[in-house]
Design a binder for this molecule. Structure first.
Ligand code: FES
Ligand SMILES: [Fe+2]
Length: 396
C-alpha cells in the first residue's frame, strides 16, 4: 500500500449518526460514525479493553459504545465511561482508540493513510478534473474481491484483454451492440466486430503530477473503421477513469488488506439517453444497471483471471511488458517511487524525533502516555500500532 495518500473507503451516504459503521481497509478494522455536530469520525475499531469490535456497538450521546462491556469512546478517541467502575471512576488516559483523519468529498469518505501530520499539513485529495468536475449524472456502488490491488488496477489500465475475457457471457451482447457493433444479424455482426478488434494503435501517455493520461484506439486490423477510442486517466493512489464515446466510468481500487481489494465503481449516464430522460433520477437508472452488470458479470470474468495470476502482487520486473503496456509500467514505477519516498520521510521524521532510537527499549503498550490529540504518537507508531505503523518499506 502506498503510504501518505488519501484513499476513498466508503460512500458518504453509508455513514449516518444512528449507528456506527464498520469497515476493513488498509489491513485495519475501522469504525466510522458522526458526532453530534455531524462531523465524521474514523477510529480503530478494536476496543482496547478486550478487543471487541466497536462497529458492533451503538451510539450513545457523543460517543460510540462497545458492545461487550459498554465502554464509551468520544470523537477524540478517549474513553469517557467505564460502566463497571461507576460514574465517578477515574478513567486511565491510556484507555483510548486511535483516531484517523477522514474527509468527505465527491460523494466518498476519504481516509488519510500514512504518517501523522497536522491537519494543515495534509495534502489535498487527488481527484483528476475529469472526475471532480464531471457534470454527468452517475450511480456508485462497491464490492470486495480476493485479489491484490496492484493486479486489480492493472486490469483497468489496458483494454486489450476485453476481447478475450469478456466474450462469452450472453450479457456481453450489450458490448457487441453498443460498443463495437450494430444490431445486424441479431447482434452477431457486433460480436464479430468486437472479437476482431484486438489491436491497440495511436497510444499516447502523458504524465502530470500524480495523474497519468493514456489514450489509444482499439482497432480491427483488417478494418480500421472499426475503432473505439479510449482515454484512461489514472490518479494515484488508486483511481482509474475510463472514457469512450459510448460510456464513462470511474473505479477506485482500495486495499482492504494484502489479499483483498474494494472496488468502488461509479458509472455515468449514457449521452445517447440524456435527451430522452429529463429527470436526473431517471438518468441514473441505466448507470445503476451498468454497475450491477459490471459487478455480476464483467468484473467476475476479470476476477476469475486475476485470482489465479502469479505472483499475486505486481511490481517492476515481474511482467514482460509490450509497448502498449506503457501505462502499466509507468504505474508500477511511480508506485515504487512513492513507497520509497514515504519510507524516507518516515525515517527522517523518526530520526528527528528520536535521535537515539536504538538505545531506548520500547515501552510496554499499557504504560504509554496518552497522546493529547487522540492520535498515536510517532513512538506508538514505531511500536507497531495502527495504520501509520505499517512500515512503509514493507508496504505493498
Ligand atoms: S471489550 Fe470493549 S468494553 Fe470490554
Ligand atoms: Fe475486464
Amino acid at each position: 500500500m502506498i503510504p501518505n495518500q488519501w484513499y476513498p473507503i466508503l460512500e458518504t451516504s453509508e455513514v449516518g449518526n444512528g449507528k456506527p459503521t464498520g469497515v476493513r481497509r488498509m489491513g485495519q478494522e475501522l469504525v466510522l460514525w458522526r458526532d453530534l455536530d455531524g462531523n465524521l469520525v474514523c477510529q480503530g475499531a478494536r476496543c482496547p479493553h478486550k478487543g471487541a469490535n466497536l462497529a458492533d456497538g451503538r451510539m450513545k450521546g457523543n460517543t460510540v459504545e462497545c458492545p461487550y462491556h459498554g465502554f464509551r469512546y468520544g470523537p477524540d478517541g478517549a474513553c469517557k465511561a467505564v460502566p463497571a467502575m461507576g460514574s465517578e471512576a477515574r478513567i486511565p488516559g491510556s484507555l483510548r482508540v486511535p483516531v484517523y483523519p477522514v474527509r468527505e468529498a465527491h460523494g466518498l469518505v476519504w481516509l488519510w493513510w500514512g504518517e501523522e501530520r497536522a491537519e494543515a499539513d495534509l495534502p489535498g485529495i487527488q481527484v483528476a478534473p475529469v472526475v471532480a468536475g464531471n457534470p454527468k449524472a452517475h450511480s456508485t456502488t462497491h464490492w470486495t474481491r480476493p485479489v491484490h490491488y496492484t493486479r486489480y488496477i492493472e486490469s483497468l489500465l489496458e483494454f486489450y484483454h476485453v476481447t478475450y475475457v469478456h466474450r462469452d457471457h450472453w450479457f456481453n451482447y450489450i458490448d457487441y451492440l453498443f460498443l463495437y457493433g450494430t444490431a445486424r444479424k441479431l447482434g452477431l455482426d457486433g460480436k464479430e466486430r468486437y472479437l476482431a478488434a484486438t489491436k491497440i494503435v495511436n497510444h499516447k501517455l502523458e504524465t502530470e503530477g500524480q495523474t497519468l493520461r493514456y489514450s489509444f484506439d482499439h482497432q480491427e486490423e483488417a478494418d480500421p473503421q472499426n475503432t473505439t477510442h479510449y482515454i484512461i486517466t489514472f490518479t494515484f493512489p488508486c483511481q482509474v477513469h475510463v472514457q469512450t464515446e459510448q460510456f464513462e466510468a470511474t473505479s477506485w481500487l482500495v486495499p482492504v488488506d494484502d489479499g483483498h481489494t474494494e472496488h468502488i465503481l461509479r458509472w455515468y449516464e449514457y449521452p445517447a439517453f440524456k435527451p430522452l430522460l429529463r429527470s436526473e433520477r431517471l438518468r441514473r437508472i441505466l448507470p445503476w444497471a451498468s454497475l450491477y452488470m459490471e459487478k455480476w458479470i464483467q468484473d467476475v470474468q476479470d476476477v476469475r483471471i486475476m485470482e489465479r495470476q502469479e505472483p499475486k502482487i505486481s511490481e517492476g520486473g515481474v511482467s514482460k511488458f509490450i509497448p502498449v503496456d506503457e501505462l502499466n509500467a509507468k504505474y508500477l514505477a511511480i508506485r515504487s517511487r512513492l513507497i520509497q519516498e514515504a519510507a524516507e520521510s518516515k525515517t527522517a521524521k523518526e530520526t528527528a524525533a528520536d535521535p537515539l532510537p536504538a538505545a531506548e527499549a520500547p515501552e510496554p503498550a499499557g504504560k504509554r502516555p496518552a497522546p493529547a490529540n487522540g492520535r498515536r504518537t510517532t513512538k506508538a507508531a514505531a511500536n507497531g500500532e495502527g495504520l501509520a505503523a505499517a512500515r512503509a518499506s514493507r508496504a505493498r
